[in-house]
Design a protein around this ligand. Structure first.
Ligand code: FAD
Length: 492
């Protein structure tokens, strides 16, 4: 079938102004912030459905004619996840942004793909509840984030699994429901399924198994009491020793290990030129450890008491920032006077600080907290081998909470980071080498569990190490998407 015929059919499905094959419009979908790692590619068509019926027809057309189809929820995601590597249809679902239900009895929200984090937070807040809030800009799709199992820096104690039920359209024509919504006569989409976890099967898969069209997610209460404290350490090893105790005994809602550079960048504390001054580094603790403790007042007091005991055992090297909100707002107490609250710092909305530094490169993964110092050293070594100053190789960890939803022991989310000026000649080549070598070395050293997301840069090399499991995943993909039309080149 000709391209003209296909765009005509697409326009018949969604309306003339919601489907285009015009290069001038489609070019916006051809690249993202990681264009140097993921080759830009213009799609053949962009379609903006407004309901499930339209999606079903588009999917059926794509499957019949073997046209690749790339679901896009908000398109903020980085690392090429929505770049049409093999051309085809971009299915832009930003107009499907209804919150269908907020159920305070069940503590759930049922949402469409285009619902943004900001939109969901605002709607929940009016009713006195909150969703899990990722550390991303508030413009990203909450739906895509929960589907991809994000990280929730504002409260890792919530865990990473917030999805109860999904409705999914498969390229083969079936529409399936997961969790309790699968049973037509069930009470509702408020619970997991009694058999295999089909919801989990479709999580962490960047649009490669089907199009998820509706999702019911968990909501949470606001705490009665909240304390946000911070401590400074001169070595990563000592900060780790402290954090391991806190992680196991205090079970904080949130803890970070953040190196001096990342703290200055994320918090927007200094100007770019000042960050590069050696005196700035000297004025900062090598590793700052903010700790958030929330809950009922009695529980918070109990945890603060445990924290006090740990502080006696592993005393910080720098005077604690007794209360990070105060410290950041008042220069005389060690802060910047920039008026940044912990909410801004932890809500991840302050990307301006990162952008001020130019390009933000990060490799993100899960590992036991104790391997952090070795991992940080690998990043610095690889950085130095590739011509980067050791001081601008940065590291951030968010240890998760023992026993919390999906976490065990010392499981920790971390990022090795570089803040560079991408306009410098040769910089992107250096960065690509840094990325490839870091991935290899980290895997060879057996220090991590897995990567944060199935990004193209890490996927192939990791699947090669997954043996029979990797092969099984490929078989599964073939079963679900026999014509390989779902976001090809991104997952399997
Ligand atoms: C500066 C910055 C900081 C960030 N920090 C964090 C953080 O701290 N924690 C965190 O969790 N995330 C973080 N992120 C990532 C962010 O959360 C993701 O971008 C978000 O989860 C999804 O982005 P999106 O809404 O733009 O999805 P999209 O880019 O639209 O989609 C993401 C992937 O999901 C697929 N997809 C989308 N919708 C569907 C659907 N309906 N069915 C099937 N597949 C679909 C797409 O094909 C794509 O592969 C950060 C991103 C940025 C830019």
């Amino acid at each position: 079938m000709t391209e003209e015929r296909i765009i005509t059919i697409l326009q018949q499905i969604v309306g003339e102004d919601r489907a285009t094959a015009d290069d001038a419009e489609m070019i916006a979908y051809s690249r993202d912030q990681h264009y140097m790692f993921n080759k830009p590619m213009i799609p053949n068509y962009v379609v903006k459905p407004i309901n499930k019926g339209q999606i079903k027809q588009i999917l059926s057309l794509a499957n019949r004619h073997r046209i690749p189809i790339v679901p896009l929820a908000q398109g903020v995601n980085i690392r090429g996840l929505c770049i049409p590597t093999e051309g085809g249809i971009i299915l832009d679902m930003r107009n499907m942004n209804q919150i269908k239900e907020i159920n305070l009895e069940m503590m759930t929200a049922t949402i469409e793909p285009g619902v943004s984090v900001g939109q969901l937070v605002a709607a929940c807040r009016k009713l006195g509840v909150r969703p899990a809030i990722p550390g991303s800009p508030a413009t990203v799709s909450a739906f895509a984030n929960y589907m991809l199992r994000g990280v929730y820096h504002s409260n890792p104690l919530d865990g990473i699994d917030h999805v109860l039920c999904m409705e999914i359209m498969l390229p083969t024509g079936e529409t399936i429901k997961t969790g309790s919504s699968a049973i037509t006569t069930s009470y509702g989409p408020y619970c997991r399924w009694f058999g295999p976890d089909l919801t989990g099967l479709f999580q962490g898969v960047p649009g490669a198994f089907g199009i998820i069209v509706e999702m019911t997610v968990k909501l949470y209460d606001f705490p009665e009491e909240s304390r946000f404290l911070g401590y400074g350490f001169d070595t990563w090893e000592k900060a780790t020793e402290f954090a391991m105790e806190v992680q196991r005994r205090v079970i904080p809602n949130l803890m970070w290990l953040i190196d001096w550079l990342a703290l200055t960048v994320v918090s927007g504390m200094f100007k770019r030129k000042d960050i590069m001054e050696k005196s700035t580094k000297a004025s900062m603790p090598h590793c700052t450890v903010p700790v958030l403790i929330e809950g009922e007042k009695d529980l918070v007091d109990f945890k603060l008491n445990r924290l006090k005991q740990i502080l006696e055992k592993v005393p910080p090297d720098r005077q604690p920032l007794t209360d990070i909100d105060t410290a950041i707002q008042q220069p005389e107490s060690g802060g910047t006077g920039q008026g940044m609250s912990s909410e801004e710092f932890l809500g991840g909305r302050n990307v301006a600080g990162m952008l001020k530094m130019g390009y933000y490169f990060a490799l993100a993964f899960f590992h036991p907290l104790k391997t952090g110092p070795e991992l940080f050293k690998i990043f610095k070594d690889v950085g130095e081998d590739n011509g980067f100053d050791r001081d601008i190789v940065s590291f951030v960890s968010t240890p998760t909470a023992t026993g919390a939803n999906n976490w065990s022991g010392q499981c920790t989310y971390s990022e090795g980071e570089l803040f560079v000026d991408q306009t410098e000649p040769g910089m992107m080549d250096k960065l690509r080498k840094f990325s490839t070598q870091s991935i290899q070395k980290i895997l060879d050293a057996k220090l991590i569990y897995s990567w944060f997301r199935p990004y193209a840069q890490v996927l192939e090399i990791t699947l090669d190490r997954a043996g029979a499991t990797g092969l099984f995943l490929r078989k599964l993909k073939n079963l679900i998407d026999p014509n390989n039309i779902m976001n090809p080149g991104k997952f399997l």
